[in-house]
Design a protein around this ligand. Structure first.
Ligand code: ATP
Length: 466
């Protein structure tokens, strides 16, 4: 199999508009963008460059088209993908991911509903493939996993594990098989309603947990399904297709809405809310440490502290692992959030250096079949090459060489025949002359004997020639 290519974590920044409350309070903007250069300037002169920057007027569909659609395509090629939204509380993470309130206008739908809509559209077009869609939805609240699709599942039964291919797996979480977009949306909605949210001074509906909505797209097909038309075309070339071999490929999409980073004094949190803050910030701190370690070439060879928190264990295959990952850093444009925005941008900037190595999730039988197909192709090419060389070398050189030899021989024969005819004519003439000489009886006895021998010989030669 081909070696997988390294790819950087893609980092986009989205600046939300000033909220009505901020406008009322007379908040000033402190962010400028140069979208063509993917540059963002915070305050007077703190410049940052990212893979994409989205301003206050960027619509949900523009963001989706620019950096999410390509990941949806990757899922159908059997790769894993992760999108995680990071940012200060109230900066627009839930709005961007689309995992919040669904009673909104369709154009305000965020990433998750859009991605799923496109997935179902793609599935409709590939009638040869048997698709399955399974979703799960969990949250990490105060360092405990909670199944948002089945609140009865005891916390202790949920675990984060790593399989032999380096994929992160949540063991014990309920997986819901979905037949339609409506099925997915109802799981997303009911799960989101179960999420721990609360009101803080910074955000009326603040997510107090990290949430992970996971979609697994399975694809099953047989050679008979997919190659039927190809077989028809190549019947004459004796191609071999094995109908019995079935293929399975899957792609896992994690949509992660992180809890907002916050400063206790600004959120005004006390009591339980403050305890939540501590957990949220320690999880995000652990994530920051992982990002720093992965993004720093000097630290990379060292230990990466994935095990420091649940969220870092869960994102292990998305950061420095085998997934295609997009980080969306959400920031507020308000001057009052300058420090938080600066921190978030530094965090995001480090993430740009992280390299992943995406791999395709295919079953062993499929992989062996592909190898066999390659071997057959190579052998067929070799055969074709041999045939061509036989055809070009053989028929052109040998017959032409032989023909030349034959022609040469024919010429020789003609020449010899002419010579022969010439000698024959002279010999016949000599024979007649010598007969006359013999009849005149003018030679000695010994000369007569020798002449008679020669005439006998000539007669014998003439009798054979006839
Ligand atoms: N791009 C945007 N355009 C319009 N409104 C936005 C945008 N981004 C966010 N908002 C609004 O800002 C408010 C806060 O957004 P949201 O709840 O998504 O923040 P959050 O980062 O998820 O916060 P928390 O971490 O506290 O959960 C919401 O009222 C949301 O509708």
């Amino acid at each position: 199999m081909a070696e997988s290519q390294e790819t950087n974590v893609r980092v986009a920044v989205r600046v939300r508009p000033l909220l009505p409350k901020e406008k009322l309070e007379g908040d000033e903007m402190c962010v400028r963008l140069n979208t063509n250069a993917a540059q963002l300037i915070l305050g007077k002169d703190r410049g940052f460059t990212f893979d994409d920057v989205f301003g206050t007027k960027t619509t949900q569909v523009e963001l989706y088209d620019t950096c999410v659609q390509s990941l949806v395509n990757k899922i159908f090629q059997g790769y894993n993908a992760t999108i995680f939204a990071y940012g200060q509380t109230g900066s627009g993470k839930t709005y961007t991911m689309g995992s919040g309130n669904m009673s909104i206008m369709e154009e305000e739908y965020g990433i998750i509903p859009r991605a799923l809509q496109v997935m179902f559209d793609i599935m409709k077009t590939k009638t040869n493939v048997d698709f399955s869609i399974k979703v799960s939805y969990i949250e990490i609240y105060k360092e405990e996993l909670q199944d948002l699709l089945d609140m009865q599942t005891p916390i202790k039964e949920l675990h984060v594990r790593e399989d032999d291919k380096g994929n992160t797996v949540i063991v014990g979480a309920r997986e819901v098989e979905c037949e339609s977009l409506d099925d997915v949306m109802s799981s997303l909605e009911s799960g989101s309603a179960m999420r721990h949210t609360g009101s803080t001074q910074m955000n009326e509906h603040s997510s107090r947990s990290h949430s992970i909505f996971t979609v697994v797209v399975g694809q099953k097909w047989t050679e008979d399904d997919v190659l039927a038309s190809k077989r028809k075309q190549s019947e004459s070339s004796n191609d071999i297709f094995d109908d019995e071999i079935s293929h399975y490929m899957s792609g896992k999409f994690h949509f992660v809405d992180l809890a907002g980073s916050e400063r206790a004094h600004r959120t005004g949190n006390v009591g339980d809310r403050f305890k939540e803050s501590v957990h949220i910030n320690s999880g995000l701190l652990a994530l920051g440490n992982v990002i720093s370690a992965l993004g720093d070439p000097k630290k990379k060879a060292q230990h990466i502290p994935y095990r420091e928190s649940k969220i870092t264990r869960l994102l292990k295959d998305s950061l420095g692992g085998n997934a295609n990952t997009l980080m969306i850093c959400c920031i507020s444009p308000s001057l009052s959030s300058f420090d938080e925005s600066l921190n978030a941008l530094k965090y995001a900037n480090r993430a740009r250096n992280i390299k992943n190595k995406p791999i395709v999730n295919r079953d062993v039988q499929s992989i062996r079949f592909q190898e066999m197909q390659s071997e057959i192709k190579a052998l067929r090419e070799e055969l074709a090459r041999q045939r061509t060389s036989m055809l070009s070398a053989g028929p052109r050189d040998k017959p032409s060489e032989q023909a030349e030899q034959v022609k040469e021989l024919e010429n020789k024969v003609i020449k010899l025949q002419t010579e022969c005819a010439h000698y024959k004519m002279i010999a016949e003439e000599a024979y007649k002359q010598l007969i006359q000489i013999q009849e005149k009886d003018m030679l000695s006895r010994s000369q007569n004997v020798r002449l008679k021998d020669w005439l006998d010989l000539m007669e014998e030669v003439f009798s054979h020639a006839v």
